[in-house]
Design a protein around this ligand. Sequence first.
Ligand SMILES: [Zn+2]
Length: 314
Amino acid sequence: MSIPLVLPMAQAVLNRDAEARDDSELFDKLWLENETRIIVLYKGKTLIQDGHLKLLTTEQATAGKYRVYLGRTTVDLADQKIGTAVVLSVLSDNAAKAIEPDESKWHELRRSGAGLHPRDAALFTQALAIHNWHETHQHCPNCGAITVMQQGGWSRLCVSEDRQLFPRTDAAVIVAITDDQDRLLLGTQGSWDQNRWSILAGFVEAAESLEAAVIREMKEESGLLVTNPVYLASQSWPYPYSLMLGFQASVDPSNSPEDIRPDGVEIAKLRWFSREELKAEAKDILLPSKISIARSLIEHWLGEEVISATELNG
Ligand SMILES: [Zn+2]
């Protein structure tokens, strides 16, 4: 009944080539390779052309604020041969304007990602997550001193304490809850557009297991006790650097119908959807973006892909 989970942004399109990161001449060497390609980011946005990332040559990419070595391609990416080195260059205002002055050509992952080839979406995701970490870790979280980039952009060093800092990944659970009739629970957030529905999610707290986080978050957001959380798949969500861990869980039979109670803060409305209802109503409701794990989990339960108002509205 269910269909395979399709997670565009979870594709490993690069060999991260970690052993090369300690080479002090890494970027000089990469710049000597004609094939090296640059993904540029400006205010978290990149250049997109015809559904693909616009990767620049080393000559086209003027000096940016900083660079991160992302790795070498393991698949054909943007018509480059396998093994092509890919570097993230984060641009200053002036550098970005020199490359592309038209602001409308710069795209956000969460707005434009669904129109991207999955391999390009995966690369954009990796670039954005490491960018977001650098942007927020210019100072040491322990002593407040300046930190400097190391290891090709995969760590930072606190200059005061000689303390090495590594990129953070914040774990979040996202859960497809079903009831005894195999209906799926969808919620709508108060801050969202009318008629936008998704499954529920929340961050894992300190020293909490994933299973406990599923049960706590679902209780907080829906009022329902869920049981038997089963892990399905994970995918990065680089806002700012989360890892979404997808689960399915069942509603415990001890819940009464009155227990279902949106928290009123994050979740404004909750509703059980049968497969027939979701298929019939999909064109009129906004489902999560096609690149999100939320959408994958919904369609996995549904047993087929659907077109929702999200896609119809472009
Ligand atoms: Zn420090």
